[in-house]
Write a new protein. Sequence first.
Length: 163
Amino acid sequence: MFKSLFKKNKEPEQVQAPLTGKIVALEEVPDPVFSQKMMGDGIAIIPADKKVYSPVDGEVVNVFPTKHAISLRSKMGVELLIHMGLETVELKGEGFQILVQDGTKVSKGEPIAEFDFEKVSSLGKEVITPVILLNGDQFKIENKQTGASTTGGKDIIMEIAKA
């Protein structure tokens, strides 16, 4: 009976798309901080819809004061960063509506923000959105989708397992 309580979860974390759009390899992001994986491994999405969804069951760790990025921690401990656009910190929140706050419990597919990518683009910023595994020392990405269209809050874009 107690064996199941102490069993380590070997199943990988299935990460859903936080945005609807086209998945591209992180190496294609026109910013070396992301393309050279300085912050960690992951994928990027070129958005086609404004809604941003939680990619995992867990909680919001940090909503950046400039509203351009949200970090989350899954129940398994996977930490992810959704960085909406590039150099969007300079917009000081313009083009972003955040629907959660630090500590909010979230479920996969639950709306967490709106990203007005058309407005952000009109302000001269790239809208490609990196989704980064922040604690790659503890976890590794096993399966990554790239080159495909994806539906935010529905499709699996990567699987992450304990390292």
